[in-house]
Design a protein around this ligand. Structure first.
Ligand SMILES: Cc1cc2nc3c(=O)[nH]c(=O)nc-3n(C[C@H](O)[C@H](O)[C@H](O)COP(=O)(O)OP(=O)(O)OC[C@H]3O[C@@H](n4cnc5c(N)ncnc54)[C@H](O)[C@@H]3O)c2cc1C
Length: 419
């Protein structure tokens, strides 16, 4: 039986582990924490079947000026940290050129197209193991609101393009229709809204970390091992294999998978690999009020208001800062103020906001494939804004490659050696 070590128990690592297990591998997942306790915990909880086109860097002068002068809330940066981000941002700019972005979207959309089906299969596995996750999932989509008519028209034109090209289903709502769908919205809040979009097919979660934990339980129930340990102890050998030191002692395997999300490039640096990553920090806080039935993306403030088990979770856009900079939740403060005009938000639930990092590659595509100079070392990270969505689908793709099977989709765009 072939053996694999999967480093990282986020959605990407657990998605990989389950697919390897299904293909007959004996798998040990190693994490320094429990499953789904980092980025895969703190997100907006949307399985985004509508996200067929990854977030490009704005190239229009108006948007760039607004970002540079701090007038947008979806991006915030610390000027002193910009040198850290210069190389990945320059590459991100290059890849965001419309023709390149179109080709990237074609590859991205193939993974997104498989996302809900792969989640559905893993959820069915949880149910078969006597731990159904139905209570965590709603299959009714989510909505976005727009105050500015021009922004709304632009967003509708884009989603209509996505419908025609990739079959993304949506409906538009007038303010009155939105108010009927979400009676918790205040009258004055609705009066300021020009229109809304309802993406019909995404699934939304009341606790994304709990879903990863449930998938991990399925994995363990089917014979997988989940142990605590530091991935930095990974070494080549014995023979052609790989080994890692864990709290349960050393683990050796034929293959190792690096699925450490934003921590992946640092682990690979001593092995001679440089993976520039656009590290987009995001924050969240839960609030005791709210009353929304479905998540609401407030496009003007770059935030999502997501009803969750711990309260209404407000997640923020991207902050470019030093990797170890202390929390500076300025975007959260603005998002909270905007949300208070829309809803009776209540009080913050957590003593301090959570923050984590979206692991974005400059070409917006995840890295999926074998390390170019290290046989048996497989790379699986960089899922950016949609790792919760894509983890099981890209886990399937990696497991197929590792197992020598014909992959369900062309892996070329995701190979680690691309530039
Ligand atoms: C605010 C915000 C909102 C988001 N909203 C969405 C959304 O709605 N939908 C969506 O699809 N995506 C969303 N995302 C993106 C998504 O959360 C990430 O892409 C995804 O969680 C990445 O998963 P991962 O498994 O690669 O990383 P992680 O979940 O971070 O997992 C990496 C694991 O590696 C472990 N680890 C790290 N270093 C070591 C070490 N040295 N030794 C052992 N273990 C180690 C960590 O403990 C962790 O468990 C959002 C992200 C943010 C920040």
């Amino acid at each position: 039986m072939r053996q694999a070590i999967v480093l990282g128990a986020g959605m990407v690592g657990i998605g990989t582990a389950l697919h390897l297990q299904q293909r007959g591998w004996a798998v040990t997942v190693v994490d320094r924490r429990g499953p789904g306790q980092e980025t895969s915990y703190g997100n907006a909880g949307i399985i985004q079947s509508e996200a067929v086109s990854p977030h490009a860097m704005p190239r229009g002068v108006r948007r760039l000026l607004a970002m540079a002068t701090g007038q947008t809330n979806d991006v915030h940066y610390h000027p002193g940290a910009l040198p850290d981000h210069a190389e990945p941002l320059a590459r991100y700019w290059w890849h965001s050129e419309p023709d390149r972005h179109r080709r990237i979207s074609d590859a991205y959309a193939r993974l997104i197209a498989a996302a809900t089906a792969e989640h559905g299969a893993l959820m069915a596995g949880c149910a078969a193991n006597g731990r159904p996750v139905d209570g965590l999932v709603r299959r009714e989509g989510f909505r976005a609101i727009f105050r500015d008519p021009a922004d709304f028209d632009e967003a509708v034109a884009e989603v209509e393009h996505h419908r025609q090209r990739w079959g993304v289903r949506y409906a538009t709502l007038t303010p009155a229709e939105l108010a009927r769908a979400e009676p918790a919205l205040t009258q004055s809040g609705v009066a300021a809204i020009h229109g809304a979009i309802h993406w019909l097919d995404p699934w939304t979660l009341s606790d994304p970390g709990a879903l990863v934990a449930a998938y991990a339980q399925s994995f363990v129930k089917a014979g997988g091992r989940l142990v605590q340990g530091d991935a930095a102890t990974l070494t080549a050998g014995p023979g052609d294999g790989w080994s890692v030191t864990t709290d349960d002692g050393p683990v050796e395997a034929d293959a190792a998978v690096v699925a450490l999300g934003p921590w992946s490039p640092a682990l690979l640096q001593p092995l001679g690999y440089r993976f520039p990553m656009v590290r987009k920090r995001g924050y969240h806080q839960h609030y005791s009020g709210g009353g929304l039935s479905l998540p609401l993306l407030d496009a003007d403030f770059g935030c999502v208001l997501a009803p969750m088990a711990r309260g209404l979770r407000i997640t923020t856009g991207a902050q470019l800062t030093h990797a170890d900079a202390p929390a500076d939740p300025v975007q959260l403060a603005r998002a909270e103020a905007a949300a208070r005009a829309l809803l009776d938000l209540g009080d913050p639930v957590n003593p301090t906001p959570w923050f984590g990092t979206r692991p974005c590659m400059p070409d917006m595509l995840p890295v999926i494939g074998q390390a170019p100079r290290h046989p048996g070392l497989w790379l699986h990270f960089g899922h950016g804004h949609q790792g919760l969505t894509m983890g099981p689908a890209s886990g399937r793709l990696l497991a197929e490659l590792m197992s020598g099977e014909r992959p369900f989709t062309d892996p070329d765009a995701f190979r680690p050696e691309r530039r």
